[in-house]
Design a protein around this ligand. Structure first.
Ligand code: CA
Length: 229
C-alpha cells in the first residue's frame, strides 16, 4: 500500500519541491492552497499524514486547520513555520500538532520527519531504502539514525547525518556541492556551497585519519562516499 499525504501550502515553489521528494519515495500527495480547500481535501481523501503551512490565504490559517482536523482525527500533523513567533504558537498553544519544521527546511529532513511519524502511527517500515548503508568500516542504520565507524557510534549532528546519508546511499557517486546543498539544506546559492564544504570537513574530522578515502573529493565535481577502490 502507499501512504496518502496532504500538503496545505500556498507557495507553489515549496509545494512542488515537497511533491518531488515525497513522490520519489512513493507517497501519494494531495495538495490544497488554503485552509478551507485543505479541510475539504482532508475529509475527501482521509490522508495518513497532514503537512500544514501556518500562513495561508483565505478564511482561516494553518493553525485553525490543525485545530479543526484534531477535533475528529488523530492523524499525524506536521506544521510548517516561517517565523519564530509561529513556532512558539505551534509549541505553546496545544493545537495538537505532532511536529514542526521551520522554513527554509531541507527535503531530506522533511522526509525523515514524515517517516518517523508514519513509523510511530502505523508501524511503517521503509520499503525502498535499505535500513543499513555502508561498507565494512562505516555503517549507517537509517531507521535508528545511527552511524558506526569501526564499531564505534559516531556523534553526528542531524545535518551531518543527513549529508552522510545522501553520500552513503549512493556509493561511488560524485555529488556536486549545489546538489548536496539543495537536498540537505533545502536551498541553492553559491555562497551556501561553503556550508557544504564546512560540514564535509567536520565529517572528515570526526572520521579521523581515513576520512580522505571514505569521503573523497572528486576534482571539479564534488564529493563521493567510497570505501574500496
Ligand atoms: Ca504560506
Amino acid at each position: 500500500m502507499t501512504f496518502k499525504i496532504l500538503l496545505v501550502e500556498d507557495e507553489t515553489k515549496t509545494a512542488e519541491m515537497v511533491r518531488f521528494y515525497l513522490e520519489r519515495e512513493n507517497f501519494t500527495l494531495f495538495t490544497a492552497i488554503d485552509g478551507s480547500a485543505g479541510e475539504k481535501t482532508f475529509l475527501q481523501q482521509q490522508p495518513d499524514i497532514a503537512i500544514l503551512d501556518i500562513m495561508l490565504p483565505g478564511a482561516f490559517d494553518g493553525l485553525e486547520l490543525c485545530r479543526r482536523i484534531r477535533q475528529n482525527s488523530t492523524v499525524p500533523i506536521i506544521m510548517l513555520t516561517a517565523r519564530a513567533e509561529d513556532t512558539d504558537k505551534v509549541i505553546g498553544l496545544g493545537i495538537g500538532a505532532d511536529d514542526y519544521l521551520t522554513k527554509p527546511f531541507s527535503p531530506t529532513e522533511l522526509i525523515a520527519r514524515v517517516k518517523a511519524l508514519l513509523r510511530r502511527a502505523y508501524h511503517y517500515s521503509d520499503p525502498l531504502v535499505p535500513a543499513t548503508l555502508g561498507g565494512p568500516r562505516l555503517k549507517m542504520d537509517t531507521n535508528r539514525r545511527e552511524v558506526k565507524f569501526d564499531g564505534q557510534i559516531m556523534e553526528l549532528t542531524p545535518t551531518e547525518f543527513n549529508l552522510l546519508q545522501i553520500l552513503m546511499g549512493n556509493p561511488g557517486w560524485a555529488f556536486t556541492r549545489s546538489h548536496l546543498l539543495e537536498e540537505v539544506w533545502g536551498y541553492s546559492d553559491e555562497a551556501g556551497e561553503e556550508t557544504v564544504t564546512a560540514h564535509i570537513s567536520n565529517l572528515r574530522q570526526k572520521l579521523g585519519m581515513t576520512s580522505a578515502t571514505l569521503i573523497r573529493t572528486k576534482r571539479g565535481v564534488g564529493y563521493a562516499y567510497q570505501e574500496n577502490d
